[in-house]
Design a protein around this ligand. Structure first.
Ligand code: A2P
Length: 311
C-alpha cells in the first residue's frame, strides 16, 4: 500500500480503509493467517478511500457511447468477468438498464460492484432523476452520483445532490467537468463537499492545476477518455514506451493514470481489450517513462476541465 497525498491506495488484502493500527498488526502477527491474497494483477483489489470513508475501485469500465442493449450488457459482463468492480454510466448515456441487467446477471454480489451514474443537468432535479436512475438500473442505491457537467452554473444542483445523498440514493456524491473556479463555487455553498471530480484526463490532457486542487480538497480525480477516445494509442512516444516495457499503448496510458493516482475509466466493447485494459497492476513505468509521458501534455497544466465546452 502506498500513502498518497490526496487519498489512500488500498490493496485487496487490507480491507476497507487500507490502514491497520499497531494493535491490529500485532494481533495479526500472532495468528497464523493464510498467505495474504496480494494479487497485484487483480484490478478489483485496488481501491482508493474517498473523503467520506467509502472506497472506490481504481479501475472502472466507461460505457459512454455504448448503446443500451446486448452490446452494453456484454461489455459490462466481460468486465466483471475480467475482475472490474466499477462501472461508470450516466443518465445521458441511455444505457443504465443494460448496466443494471449485466450486474444482476453476473452473479457478482451487488455489494461488490461500484456503480456510478451522473445527473443530466438538462433536467431540473437531481433527486427526481436519481429515483428514475435507480429504477432503470434496478438497484436501491448507486455508489456514486455526480453532476455530469456544470450546465446552467456550478452550484444550483448541489443542494439536491446532497438531498439524494441524505435519502440514501447515493453513497457518495461528486462532480464532473468542473474547473477549479467551478469547484470553488461549489465548495463555498456545500454542506457536504464533492468527493470526486471526473474529467477528461490523459498524459495529453494532464490538467495538473486542476488535479492539484482536487487533491488539496481531498477530492479524487477520475480520468475519462484516458485513451483520448482511441486517438492517443497511435502516438509515437506512447508506442516507444509500450515496446520497451513490453506492454500495449493502451496499458501504458492507463498505467500512467494509476501512477498519477487517478481513478481510470477506459471504454471498450471488445472482450480482449477489456481484459487487456485491466492488466495494468503488474508493471511499473519508470520515472523517466513517466516524465516523457508528462511532457506530452497539451493543456499547459491547466486548471480548466475542458478546452472547449459542449454546453
Ligand atoms: P472499442 O470500444 O471499439 O474497443 P477512451 O477510453 O479514451 O474513451 O477510448 C475508447 C476508445 O478506445 C474506443 O474507441 C475503444 O474501442 C478504444 N479502445 C479501448 N481499449 C483499447 C485497447 N486496449 N486497444 C485499442 N483500442 C482500445
Amino acid at each position: 500500500m502506498r500513502s498518497l497525498p490526496g487519498h489512500t491506495l488500498n490493496d485487496g488484502a487490507r480491507g476497507a480503509t487500507g490502514t491497520l493500527n499497531p494493535k491490529e498488526i500485532a494481533s495479526r502477527r500472532s495468528v497464523r493467517l493464510p498467505v495474504p491474497s496480494l494479487d497485484v494483477t487483480t484490478p478489483a483489489s485496488q481501491t482508493y478511500t474517498l473523503a467520506d470513508g467509502h472506497t472506490i475501485p481504481v479501475l472502472g469500465l466507461g460505457v459512454w457511447q455504448v448503446p443500451d442493449g446486448p452490446e452494453c450488457v456484454k461489455a459490462v459482463r466481460w468486465a466483471l468477468e475480467a475482475g472490474y468492480r466499477h462501472i461508470d454510466t450516466a443518465q445521458a448515456y441511455g444505457n443504465e438498464p443494460s448496466v443494471g441487467r449485466a450486474v444482476r446477471d453476473s452473479g457478482v454480489p451487488r455489494s461488490e460492484v461500484f456503480i456510478t451514474t451522473k445527473f443530466y443537468p438538462g433536467s431540473k432535479d437531481p433527486v427526481v432523476e436519481a429515483e428514475k436512475s435507480l429504477e432503470r438500473l434496478g438497484v436501491d442505491h448507486v455508489d456514486l452520483y455526480i453532476i455530469h457537467w456544470p450546465r446552467g452554473g456550478p452550484t444550483w444542483a448541489w443542494p439536491s445532490m446532497e438531498r439524494a445523498l441524505e435519502l440514501g440514493y447515493a453513497r457518495s456524491i461528486g462532480v464532473s467537468n468542473f474547473s477549479v473556479a467551478e469547484l470553488n463555487d461549489v465548495l463555498a455553498i456545500a454542506s457536504v463537499a464533492p468527493v470526486v471530480n471526473q474529467v477528461q484526463l490523459s498524459p495529453f490532457e494532464h490538467r495538473r492545476a486542476l488535479v492539484e486542487t482536487n487533491q488539496k480538497h481531498d477530492i479524487v480525480t477520475e480520468a475519462y477518455s484516458p485513451l483520448g477516445t482511441g486517438r492517443h494509442l497511435s502516438d509515437k512516444t506512447v508506442a516507444r514506451i509500450a515496446s520497451h516495457v513490453g506492454r500495449s499503448p493502451a496499458q501504458v496510458l492507463l498505467r500512467w493514470c494509476v501512477q498519477r493516482e487517478l481513478v481510470v475509466l477506459p471504454k471498450s466493447t471488445h472482450r480482449e481489450r477489456i481484459v487487456e485494459n485491466a492488466q495494468i497492476f503488474d508493471f511499473t513505468l519508470s520515472d523517466d517513462d513517466m516524465a516523457e509521458l508528462d511532457a506530452l501534455d497539451r493543456t499547459g497544466g491547466t486548471d480548466r476541465a475542458r478546452e472547449s465546452k459542449w454546453w
